[in-house]
Every structure is written in structure tokens, then in C-alpha cells.
Design a protein. Structure first.
Length: 392
């Protein structure tokens, strides 16, 4: 079996000096970057910057103080650095709200909205996709650095290094794929297809203030105080998911990437250096709402359809919190979400449960609910998830 190395370092709060020290130590633990980043190289840094805008304290975006520490390290090697993500144009500017505009201006680093510099069609020998459009900033770079945020995800269970590269394709294509590949297994294959043509050269994960619960944008901030670094993004995701109490191969993007030889997802093939994995594991980390797929496999075949229907989690608007901003309607791939008389509504008949509306709502006005029968079955679902967490 091939092996990968993942470094874990503690850093506590978002203190620039402490983060830089931890980043430098973590990079040293995996052998340094001399073979990866040459002096004068063109470097593209892919951050996680979800739209619509949000301040870094909410735990939705890669924290700019974390990114600044990484940029300071990289600038010691090369001045040619571009930071970016594909974000929706907004007023105020999303990069201003998150603090990225000020951070990059202060450091003299180029910051780009990927849609403003364009995308290029590239072939993709994927399980599903045969071509895709990738950001030119990524294609033209000599080195790609991936800075994901450690978060849960209500559709894919976890979002980290592999899924962060989904932001390297146009927003319109991301919305289309959500509508076209409704099954979580298919969607995870699409994520891995994109990752296969957008593989970063190394990854540094912001796990200082992670997100637990109903991520990637409406969960709760959880202080884990860790930074993870690896040249293998899949291995890094595997270690990150183990830290939050998940079986790494239960995460579709990790499993499919591992099976396709794009990285190591099996912990037996990963060497963890720095902090011991057991010392940073959060066994009580809150996971997203349990998906039907986690339990239907244990039900009799003649009950499978009924149980699945009851356990399905559906997004529903919370009218008293809704401000009618229309973000959910703009991103919905099927038109199920609409704004009527200043309040959002989600039509069940056309909702495909991609959770895009839940992801973009910044007012906690989209709740994830299931039927009364599904709620009654929840204790059984929780018991099974706990058993899987205890399994070696």
C-alpha cells in the first residue's frame, strides 16, 4: 500500500504569529516545500469563500488571519501569489465583508474573483464527467495551494480539501451539477471528477474554528485549535474526518478518491506526525442531520421505500427569520425556492434536496426537517451512528 503523511499542529486562536509558527512547523514535518514551490513560481491559493458574504467569525470561510500566515510563509519563496475563489458579485463586496480585501491589500497579494479572470474547458476522464471548465488562475499556476475550512456538510457529510476544489468551476456549472446529480453518491463522484483535474500540490486546512452540526454555513462554530498539512489532500481529509469522529471512508468524496488512486483515504496508509491523532480527536463533535442512507441498509427490503421516504431530510423555510433576500431562489437548480410577498417558499414537488438553499441562507431561515415518523426513528439512527463512531 502507498503511504501519505499528514501533519497536525495546535495553534489555538487566530493569532497571526502563532499560526505562522504552527504552519511552518507543520510544513517542516512533511518534508518542507523545496520540491514543490520554486523561487519565482506562480502560486494560486484556493480559499473556501462561500457566497453570500459573511464575516470570518461565523466559521463559514477560511479565516483571513489563517490565510495571511500561509501567505507570509509563501512570500518568503515567491512574490507571484494569487488568492481567489468564485463568489457572487454583491454589495458590499464579499471580500470586504470577510476581511480578505484588506488582508491581501496589506500583504500586496493579488486577490481575484475567479469569474472575473475566466474559466477554460479541460478534458476530464472521470467516472461521470468527461469535460469541465476550470478557473484560468488555477490552470496557469505552477503550484496550487488548497486552504479548506474544516466543516460538516448537510449533503456530503463533510466538506474539506477535496470538496474545496469544487469552487474552481463556474457557479452556474455547480448549480447545474446539483440539479443533475441528485443522488449523494453521484454528486460525490462528480466532486472527485473535478478534484482529479484540479489536484492541489499541497493542502493546509483551517481547523482552528471548525463548523459542526448543519454545515457548511448554518452550523455552529467549534474551537478545535488544529492545523492540518499534507501533500495528499485525500489523506488530509481522512485525518480531519477521524478527528471529528467519522470513519474516513464513510465520506463519499474520500472513499471514491481513494478507490480511484487519487490519494490515500485509508488511515492504515497514512502516517500522522506532529500531534497524536488521539490527542486532538473530538468524540462529541456534532455531525449534520442523519441521512436516510445511513440506516435504510438495515431495513427489510419491502420497507426500504417507506423508510427512505420518512427519513429524507427536507429544507423548509422558517418564515419568522426569512428576510426575503432571494439568495435561496437564485441558487436553487430546479426553481423550487421562490420569494412570494417578501418570504421564501420551497415547493416540495420540485425540491431535490441538494441543500443549496440551506447553504446560502445567512439568516438561519432554512431548516432541515423530516416527517413525524422520521423523527420517531431518530433514536435508532443516532444509536447506529454512535456505534459506527466507536468502531475501530
Amino acid at each position: 500500500m502507498s503511504h501519505a503523511t499528514v501533519a497536525i499542529k495546535r495553534a489555538g486562536a487566530y493569532d497571526a504569529a502563532k499560526i505562522r509558527s504552527a504552519v511552518e512547523a507543520a510544513i517542516a514535518e512533511i518534508g518542507g516545500l523545496g520540491e514543490v514551490v520554486r523561487p519565482g513560481a506562480q502560486v494560486f491559493v484556493k480559499i473556501n469563500h462561500l457566497s453570500p458574504p459573511s464575516p470570518p467569525e461565523r466559521g463559514i470561510v477560511t479565516h483571513p488571519t489563517f490565510t495571511a500566515a500561509v501567505l507570509a510563509f509563501l512570500r518568503g519563496i515567491t512574490p507571484h501569489i494569487t488568492v481567489g475563489d468564485d463568489i457572487h458579485p454583491s454589495t458590499p463586496d464579499g471580500f470586504v465583508v470577510s476581511g480578505y480585501r484588506a488582508t491581501c491589500d496589506r500583504l500586496g497579494v493579488r486577490l481575484v474573483n475567479l469569474r472575473e479572470v475566466g474559466f477554460q474547458r479541460v478534458p476530464c476522464d472521470g467516472a461521470i464527467l468527461k469535460e469541465v471548465y476550470l478557473a484560468r488562475a488555477l490552470i496557469e499556476a505552477d503550484v496550487v495551494v488548497n486552504l479548506p475550512k474544516l466543516k460538516t456538510h448537510s449533503l456530503t457529510l463533510f466538506t474539506g480539501a477535496v470538496k474545496n476544489m469544487y469552487g474552481a468551476i463556474p457557479a452556474g456549472l455547480r448549480t447545474r451539477f446539483h440539479g443533475q446529480y441528485k443522488n449523494p453518491s453521484e454528486f460525490n463522484q462528480v466532486l472527485v471528477d473535478i478534484f482529479s483535474v484540479a489536484k492541489p500540490h499541497f493542502t493546509i486546512m483551517d481547523g482552528l474554528a471548525a463548523m459542526e452540526g448543519a454545515g457548511p454555513a448554518n452550523g455552529s462554530v467549534r474551537n478545535l485549535g488544529v492545523i492540518l498539512t499534507s501533500r495528499d489532500a485525500v489523506a488530509l481529509d481522512a485525518v480531519a474526518t477521524r478527528i471529528i469522529g467519522l470513519d474516513p471512508l464513510a465520506v463519499g468524496s474520500t472513499r471514491y478518491a481513494h478507490e480511484r488512486g487519487l490519494g490515500i483515504g485509508d488511515l492504515d496508509g497514512i502516517k500522522v506526525v506532529g500531534e497524536p491523532l488521539e490527542a486532538v480527536t473530538a468524540s462529541d463533535f456534532k455531525l449534520p442531520p442523519i441521512q436516510a442512507s445511513e440506516i435504510v441498509g438495515r431495513t427489510p427490503r419491502f420497507l426500504t421505500k417507506f423508510v427512505t421516504r420518512q427519513l429524507v431530510v427536507r429544507p423548509e423555510t422558517v418564515r419568522k427569520r426569512c428576510v426575503g433576500c432571494g439568495a435561496c431562489a437564485q441558487i436553487c437548480p430546479t426553481g423550487a425556492a421562490v420569494v412570494v410577498a417578501g418570504k421564501a417558499r420551497i415547493a416540495r414537488a420540485s425540491c431535490i434536496r441538494c441543500m443549496c438553499c440551506h447553504e446560502v441562507c445567512r439568516f438561519d431561515a432554512v431548516a432541515l426537517n423530516r416527517s413525524a415518523v422520521g423523527k420517531a426513528l431518530r433514536p435508532l439512527m443516532v444509536a447506529r451512528r454512535r456505534a459506527r463512531r466507536r468502531a475501530p
